[in-house]
Design a protein around this ligand. Structure first.
Ligand code: CA2
Length: 153
């Protein structure tokens, strides 16, 4: 079974600036954590970062299909700033039925008001925020648990 770990714009900068918000870990560290968490659960990780909305949508479409075929459990998705702007990501998740756990490193609700609204949350199966990169690991565990209990199947 596969799992998509999808990261949106500017997350390639992780570990280079704003450590007070995002910590000192790099995106490569996040990938290593995701692989270390997913592999013992029998999940094959597809780890992607893109600064382009269309590429994120294409990945959602591809994994929506894999989930329908029973070949994937869903996606851990940090949409970055597109969280707060993108109707297209909302439509892609809704349109494919891909089980998504929206995951933010920072607590978006403790930050600027424009980060309090998410277009993704209404179509996500769950939301993680403010737990640092550990949120990715917890989201992977939640998707694995959800799939093994066939929630929504
Ligand atoms: O907390 C999160 O994970 C966010 O999704 C991160 C986004 C932000 O726009 C969301 O509101 C919350 C920003 C990602 C950019 O990350 C950087 C990391 C280091 C230096 C600059 C940007």
């Amino acid at each position: 079974m596969k799992i998509l770990i999808l990261n949106g714009p500017n997350l390639n900068l992780l570990g280079t600036r704003e450590p007070e918000q995002y910590g000192h870990t790099s995106l490569a560290d996040v990938e290593a954590l995701c692989r270390a968490t997913a592999t013992p659960l029998g999940l094959e990780v597809h780890f992607v970062q893109s600064n382009h909305e269309g590429e994120l949508i294409d990945q959602i479409h591809a994994y929506g299909l894999l989930c329908q075929q029973g070949k994937a459990v869903g996606a851990v998705f940090n949409p970055g700033a597109f969280t707060h702007t993108s109707v297209a990501l909302h439509d892609a998740i809704k349109g494919t039925g891909l089980p998504v756990i929206e995951t933010h490193i920072s607590n978006v609700f403790a930050r600027e008001a424009f980060r309090h609204h998410s277009y993704v949350s209404p179509v996500a199966v769950g939301v993680m925020a403010g737990l640092g990169i550990q949120g990715y690991a917890l989201a992977i565990q939640a998707l694995a648990h959800r799939a093994s209990h066939k929630v929504g199947a």
